[in-house]
Structure formats: C-alpha cells, structure tokens
Write a protein that binds this ligand. Sequence first.
Ligand code: NIG
Ligand code: FE
Length: 398
Amino acid sequence: MSIVITNIGELVTNPGHGRDRLGIVYDAALVVEDGTVAWVGASAQAPDADERIDAEGAAVLPGFVDSHAHLVFAGDRAAEFGARMAGEPYTGGGIRTTVAATREAGDDQLRRATGRLVTEMRRQGTTTIEIKSGYGLDVEHEARSLRIAAEFTTETTFLGAHVVPAEYRDDPWKYVALVSGPMLNAARPYAKWIDVFCDRGAFDEDQARTVLAAGKDAGLGLRLHGNQLGPGPGVRLAVEMGAASVDHCTHLTDADVDALASTVFDCMCGDGGWSSTVATLLPGAEFSTRSPYPDARRLLDAGVTVALATDCNPGSSYTSSMSFCIALAVREMRMTPAEAVWAATAGGARALRRDDVGRLSVGARADLMILDAPSYLHLAYRPGVPLIRTVLHDGVPQ
Ligand code: NIG
Ligand code: FE
C-alpha cells in the first residue's frame, strides 16, 4: 500500500545533526510505502501511488518524538495544581498520592487511562512516545505498569526509583535494594530503559548510581531525572554513567554544562556532532510548577544536543502537547523556532538513540504530520491553536 502526499509547501526533513538545520524542501512531495518513506522530491515530479493526499501548500513535519512521559497512572492532582498557583511550592511529594490511586486501580482502568493519553498525543502529532512506570513503587505494581506501557510503545522505562514510598521512608537503602533486585527482575521483560529521580527529596547520588548500575547490568539503557528542584549531582552522574539522556536540567552550573559538552562527538560529516548524553528539557514542568525555565541557549551554545518533551504526568506537567512545549521553549528558553522543532523531533530521537524516527528522508519510518499552516514557524507563532491537520503513524493516516 503506497501513499503520495503532494503540494507540500514546506517539508521538514531533518537531514543530519545540525540543531537548526531542518533541511526544508519547498514545493515537495513524499511517497510512503509499507510504513516507510520511499521517495522525497519536487511535487511536480511526484510518482503515482495507491492513494493521493493533497497537502494544499501546508507544511509537513516528522511526527513529534516525546521522549519523556509518565502515562500509567490513575486519578489527577488538579487540587494540588490549584494550591500551587496560590503559592504552594512543588516538592514531588504529591507523587505518593498518585501511587496510592494507581495501586488501587484495576488493570483495565489503568489501560484505558493510559490509552486515552496516547490517543490525545497522537492527535497532536506525536508518533513516538516514551512511557515510564513510577507510580506503582512495589514489585507487583511496577511490573504491571510496564506491562501496560508495553502495550502502547516499545520505548518503556522502569522508574521504580521515582521516590521512596511511604512504607520505606525510614530505610531508603532498603528500597534501593528492592528496586535494584526483585523489582528490576520483574520489570525487566517489559522495559527497555531504566530511569531514576536524582534530586532533593528523591534519591541521592549514591542511591541513584546503585540503581542505574543494576539496570545497566540487566541490559537496560540509562536515563535520569536531574537538576529539577535545585542544583545537584544528577547531570554529572548521567554523564559518568553514559546515560542516553538527562531530563529537566532546570538548575545547571557551568560544570554541568561542561560535563554534557564533554560527551559531544563530531560525526565528521560536516554537520557538527551530537552529545551522547542529550539534555532533555521539559518546559511544561516549569510552566505547571511556576519555576524558572532552563536556559536552552547556554546548552546549545556549548554544543550540547537538546531534546524537548512533555513530561506528561498528573503532578508537575499535565500536558500532552508538544506544540505547547515548542511555543514555551521559543518564548521562555531562548530557542529559535527551528531549534525547538528540531529538538521536538530529531532531538527526541537522539534522546532515545533512534535513527528511524524524527526525520523524513528515504528509509525513515513514515511518521509525520500535515499542519493546518504553511510553515513550521506557526507552531510557535500561533500558540494554543490546534494546527495538526493529519497524522500518519507507520504510514497509516490516523
Ligand atoms: O518528571 N520529577 C519527578 N517526576 C515527575 C513528576 C511526577 C509527579 O509529580 O507526579 C517529573 O516532573
Ligand atoms: Fe518526568
């Protein structure tokens, strides 16, 4: 089954590693065959296909790659958000409220809640989604969360080390041993990645290192939540351990930026390079916790690869909209629209160490969106407006 999309006013291809080089082809067409991009060229030269979609001059982009989301949970924390907007600080303590609700929920209820968010994301142009556990925090419920996550994505992340649950408050190392042993074993069949929240009120550097080392030994890739609530060891630990990504990066010292920059390697293709540890910025969290935004410019100027993701979760960032994150990144984090769109597509792919998504050249997966706008610029220029007209996932119109 093949589809040709013609009359694309502006086709974003993301050809390489240049963080603002979107590789735009004007007046383009693109052919999809069996779920992959089979041809890209001038609209006037478009070959025939089984189906034809006329983009009518609109922009076409790779589907968003949301490389950081917590979608397996029950209930919400709207009241906590309301209190925060009235002056309460965010501490991460509310995670335990969601843990209690999630443990109580039945499997089908949890599956439906996760599925609803996945559908919401797809409609808004997201075609690759990472999903974390982290609201079970015991062996049974962490394994269950990952089993459900794996029904929706291959990018599943074990986050047993989200916070220390109430029952282990007096002995956090006992909980670290549980996460690194029996819980990891139960999660392992469903997980591709392991993550740890290394921050104030969560896990300290030694605890986080212990969890990540156990995950690495079990064959999982590493990710880390760090430097969200204050400066700390998270970023440097992520670099030391070879994590694919360190996420939040709200409070960075010069040494943190240098550590991330030290992981940059040049691809020798005349297109710059990328950092093997990506800095994933989550502006939805700063928005929803009324915190200062991270300074993306500082990272970009140091050569660090930046990804943007939603952090969708019921506590610190209950948005599923990558377009909203792009608009925040441009307005508040000193990113250009091109850098932000790259970070939300190719940058997310780098954070997941994927090269089949986040770009639209021959051989890539046919994950893409047709905008209701002539240019990618409109994603930041028209914040809050639903601009995603059509989404193709694996070559199939959604
Ligand atoms: O990424 N920082 C830790 N975890 C989530 C928040 C989870 C919650 O508040 O429920 C985050 O922001
Ligand atoms: Fe998170």
